[in-house]
Design a protein. Structure first.
Length: 176
């Protein structure tokens, strides 16, 4: 977080950092990103050595009853950045079909065609669907492939999700 001046650090909403997906400088003015940048800047200013790895801009919002989120980059951004990318869009159910209270979940996963590396994800739905994005965000940041996401050992019980979680369905469709 050190600037080109030895004793001046930049952090928070006014600073850019590395986008983990593209490797380029990016601006993600988000509370968690800003707080982590501040911790790194403060630690380094005080003599410790920490490195902020960058971010993928994971964002969640609620619009009336709908939960909307994204992490990483869109297909359009991926193509613009030179990735040979594709996307998979699925509609699935948030809970086991026989368990009341569920709703539809829409997920778009963006991935690199050759390696299967996850590049981005968008999600829309109700019934706590937004929290599913956190699992994909970890996978994007760790540079996992859609196949590795497919084999992730997600917990299952009917009140929280179907046997085939919507994320697993999206990853499975992306492997085709």
């Amino acid at each position: 977080m050190q600037t080109n001046f030895e004793y001046i650090y930049a952090a928070g909403d006014c600073a850019t950092s590395k986008d983990i997906v593209t490797g380029k400088s990016s601006w993600h003015p988000l509370a968690q990103v800003s707080n982590k940048m501040g911790r790194v800047a403060g630690s380094n200013a005080a003599g410790s050595k920490m490195v902020f790895p960058g971010s993928i801009g994971t964002t969640l919002v609620k619009i009336f009853d709908y939960e909307v989120g994204f992490a990483g980059i869109t297909l359009e951004e991926a193509v613009k950045e030179g990735f040979n990318a594709d996307k998979t869009v699925i509609k699935a159910w948030s809970r086991a079909a026989y368990y009341e209270g569920g709703s539809e979940v829409f997920i778009e996963i963006v991935y690199e065609k050759l390696s299967g590396r996850l590049l981005g994800c968008q999600i829309v739905g109700k019934d706590n669907c937004a929290w599913r994005l956190n699992s994909v965000a970890v996978a994007i940041q760790a540079k996992l492939s859609v196949e590795e996401l497919f084999y992730t050992d997600f917990g299952y019980t009917p009140p929280f999700g179907p046997v085939w979680d919507p994320i697993v369905i999206a990853a499975s469709q992306s492997m085709k």
